[in-house]
Design a protein around this ligand. Sequence first.
Ligand code: RP5
Length: 166
Amino acid sequence: MAEDKKPIVGVIMGSQSDLTVMQEAAEILEELGVPCEVTIVSAHRTPHRMISYAEEARKRGLKVIIAGAGGAAHLPGMVASITTLPVIGVPVKSRNSIDGWDSILSILQMPGGIPVATVALDGGKNAGILAAEIVSTFDDKVANALQAYKDKLKSTVEDSATKLEN
Ligand code: RP5
């Protein structure tokens, strides 16, 4: 693997069933030129794997971790309790969730000292953009890609407004 392709963002999720949402984070990271890795790490079913992942993440060169989970969504908070890397939490509205509120509150309501930057329910895409924004603080290429992305959003809205007005 080429040095510049080494993953710097880790995208992890509690279950294969979270993949559709979490794939959106990986896709936007790829679009913005941020190398990422994607894997499944369950806080409840593979707790030792979760601890190793969080303990090794910084040593392996990751700069940000995006962690998604649903229901009793302990993965983002537990990973944040182990690593000093920034952790972005994605609440996933899983099959048996209570309208997603269980996922949201499990990830959002962290105790003092252990922050998780929580995005919206099923907010995989925004989690990817936020991770890229963190990376852009030390990578100008990513900063430029983000600027181009935001310029495109702006012109899409302006084009729609122009069409509506004329
Ligand atoms: C959580 O439980 C996972 O993050 C997932 O959102 C939810 C349901 O998991 P499965 O039963 O679909 O594997 O740990």
